[in-house]
Write a protein that binds this ligand. Structure first.
Ligand code: MN
Ligand code: MN
Length: 472
């Protein structure tokens, strides 16, 4: 008997003293799992509608307006519960629900990004080579270049013609549309290619997109295929070759978001980094009822994948200016708004991959299906380039999540010496705002087809909802 008692003691002590690692599959009620599945139906629609930052921004505007948000007017007077948004150059958006407390108490800010790795067309992209027409590309963000050939691609973006008229392009998404593709060499002739290091298996200048092969029939001279393509583009979009100079054209995978697995427990799609956090942070602010305690703000930003540079990235002042404008409305100086604000930097983390376990440190990795990931620090090799949230703020967010029954886990991006990455967290924190990373774990991050678990997506949504109600 004594032996059995001792075992029970150990069990109780473990229960009391050890950290509990949970799986959403056991912890969530069947009702909540059904809610997660339903939530992800809307998420998949959002992914298909917004494959570029411009499209995701437009989709966010559409959803926001349907939920009663109006364009922010800095000369207006807003009352608690009012819902406003400001678009930055069509590529980023800030949404806010005015709180009961004036902005000198700060705001609760969720910041996600809506740009994703892809193949951008160069400014002079069109050429013909041996009877085939191509676009030259310059890839955007961190990609494994070998993943992009032989996958059907769609072309999205805008072209400004010589007279300044804007033409929107979206080709390859409709079932009846053609798609574009980067070719690869057949295995029979790949001996030399196989000798290259994996990072150069496909080189940047080999990411050329095949766009046509039929010559313009009335011309036996050179570049007849290029001419044939240019005629089609002129007919379809009214453009000439020089209009590519004032265009932003992005090649993205042509396929749609899908359920993954026999149990349909996961979502597979292009661009889930970081539209999975963008959508959940967006839905959370749309779901705010009445007036929150502190003003709730969701920022969906551009350019995170290339270092948050440029005037639509979070290293620019656009978010700061919005918060300054908000403060001015109440006679509060901008720096007071910033210093008293709190931020959830809403971005994905790498989910532990059992097939490629080597780069992960199991004790501190995040896992698909175990809830939303709280990431105290990102960076690489000695925490270089990270926000490294304070223990005080981690404590606050931890208590907030626990109080609201959000299932969460901690995460670190890989082993210490294996590389790493960053998010917008450090740029927000540089504004003197308490900031921590939180988001959804992703398998195959930055691949054309990324994988997330539906339960985690739902828990991210719950985390942002909890944050907007957080009085802290
Ligand atoms: Mn990201
Ligand atoms: Mn990324």
């Amino acid at each position: 008997m004594a032996k059995k008692e001792k075992k029970t003691d150990a069990g109780e002590l473990k229960e009391k003293l050890f950290m509990k690692r949970v799986n959403t599959g056991f912890e969530m009620s069947e009702g909540d799992i059904a809610k997660a599945d339903k939530f992800c139906e809307g998420y998949k629609v959002f992914l298909d509608a917004g494959k570029t930052e411009r499209e995701a921004c437009a989709e966010a505007v559409r959803l926001a307006e349907a939920a009663g948000f109006v364009p922010f007017d800095k000369s207006a007077k807003y009352k608690p519960g009012d819902r406003v948004y400001r678009v930055n150059r069509g590529k980023a958006i800030i949404l806010a629900v005015i709180g009961k407390k004036t902005p000198d108490h700060g705001v609760n800010l969720a910041a996600a990004h809506i740009d994703s790795p892809r193949l951008d067309l160069k400014q002079n992209p069109l050429y013909e080579n041996e009877g085939l027409a191509y676009f030259k590309t310059h890839y955007y963000g961190g990609i494994k270049k070998y993943q992009w050939p032989v996958t059907p691609l769609a072309l999205h973006g805008v072209i400004y013609k010589a007279d300044g008229e804007r033409v929107d392009v979206k080709l390859g998404e409709d079932e009846s549309d053609p798609v574009l593709v980067v070719t690869d060499i057949l295995p029979h002739l790949a001996d030399e290619q196989y000798k290259r290091p994996a990072s150069k298996l496909i080189k940047g200048e080999e990411l050329n997109i095949l766009i046509g092969s039929r010559p313009f029939r009335d011309d036996k001279a050179s570049e007849a295929v290029k001419l044939g393509i240019m005629c089609i583009l002129n007919e379809k979009y009214g453009i000439t070759e020089s209009d590519f100079i004032s265009a932003e054209l992005e090649c993205v995978p042509a396929f749609k978001a899908k359920d993954v697995g026999f149990d349909r427990s996961m979502v597979g799609a292009y661009g889930q980094d970081d539209r999975v956090c963008a959508y959940t942070a967006l839905q959370a602010i749309l779901a705010v009822k009445g007036a929150p305690d502190r003003t709730a703000v969701t920022v969906l930003t551009d350019k995170e994948e290339i270092g948050s540079e440029g005037n639509t990235g979070l290293r620019s002042a656009y978010m700061k200016y919005f918060l300054y404008d908000l403060g001015e409305m109440y006679g509060v100086d901008g720096r007071t708004v910033l210093s008293n604000s709190k931020c959830l930097s809403a971005d994905v983390n790498a989910a532990f991959d059992p097939t490629f376990s080597e780069p992960f440190e199991k004790l501190n990795a995040s896992y698909a299906g175990r809830g939303v990931v709280v990431t105290k620090y990102t960076g690489s090799r000695g925490k270089s380039g990270t926000n490294d949230s304070s223990a005080e703020y981690v404590s606050e967010i931890r208590r907030m999540l626990d109080k609201d029954g959000v299932i969460w886990q901690t995460g670190e991006l890989g082993k210490v010496d294996f590389g790493g990455g960053g998010t917008v967290a450090m740029y927000v924190a540089n504004l003197d705002i308490d900031t921590i990373d939180i988001g959804v774990p992703v398998l195959s991050m930055h691949a054309p087809f990324e994988i997330t678990a539906k339960n985690d997506i739902y828990m991210a949504f719950r985390a942002f909802k909890s944050f907007f109600a957080h009085k802290g």
